[in-house]
Design a binder for this molecule. Structure first.
Ligand code: S3P
Length: 167
C-alpha cells in the first residue's frame, strides 16, 4: 500500500492526524509546511511577507513534486491542493489522497488563538472571511480526494483508524 497524502483546509488537523497515522502505520511522517520552512530557512509568514503569495506557491509546488515519491505519510498545506498544477501531481501520484473535512465551527475553533496569527492567509480576516475562503476551496479538495473523512469531534487516533479502514 502507498502511504496516504492528507489534504484539507487550515485547521482540519492534517499535521496532528498525519502524526497519528504515521504512528499507526509505522511509517515516517512528513509535513510539507515544515519541509518548506526547512528549505527556505525561514518561517512561512516571514517568507510571505518578504516575497508574496505567488513566490510561496512556486516553492510549495516544487517541494510537493520532490516529496510525492517518498515513502512518508505526507500532510500538505491548506492551499496545496488548490493549485491546478498540484492537483495534477496529486492525481497522478497513485497515492491515496485523503481530504480531512471539518465543519466551519470546528475550523474556526481549531484556528482560534495563536494559530490564527501563524497563517499569513488569515491575517486580518474575520471568521466569516475564513468560512467564505473555505467554501471557495472545497471543490478543489473534492476533486482531488480519493477518500473524504469528516473529522468533527473525533480524536486524531480515531481519524487515523478510519483512514486505514478506508484506503
Ligand atoms: C495555507 C495553509 C498553511 C500554509 C500557508 C498557506 C493556505 O498550511 O501552507 O500558510 O493557503 O491555506 P496549514 O493548512 O498547514 O495551516
Amino acid at each position: 500500500m502507498q502511504n496516504p497524502i492528507l489534504i484539507g483546509f487550515m485547521g482540519s488537523g492534517k499535521t496532528t492526524v498525519g502524526r497519528a497515522l504515521s504512528k499507526a502505520l509505522n511509517q515516517p511522517f512528513k509535513d510539507l509546511d515544515q519541509v518548506i520552512e526547512a528549505t527556505l530557512k525561514q518561517s512561512i509568514p516571514s517568507y510571505f511577507e518578504a516575497n508574496g503569495e505567488a513566490a510561496f506557491r512556486q516553492v510549495e509546488k516544487e517541494l510537493l513534486a520532490q516529496h510525492l515519491s517518498t515513502e512518508n505519510v505526507l500532510a500538505t498545506g491548506g492551499g496545496t491542493a488548490c493549485q491546478i498544477a498540484n492537483q495534477e501531481l496529486l492525481l497522478k501520484s497513485q497515492r491515496p489522497v485523503v481530504w480531512l473535512k471539518a465543519s466551519d465551527a470546528t475550523t474556526i475553533h481549531n484556528l482560534s488563538g495563536e494559530d490564527w496569527q501563524k497563517r499569513p492567509i488569515l491575517a486580518d480576516k474575520s471568521a466569516q472571511d475564513v468560512t467564505n475562503l473555505k467554501a471557495s476551496r472545497e471543490h478543489f479538495y473534492r476533486k482531488t480526494a480519493d477518500v473524504i473523512i469528516q473529522v468533527d469531534q473525533k480524536t486524531p487516533e480515531a481519524i487515523a483508524e478510519e483512514i486505514i479502514q478506508r484506503i
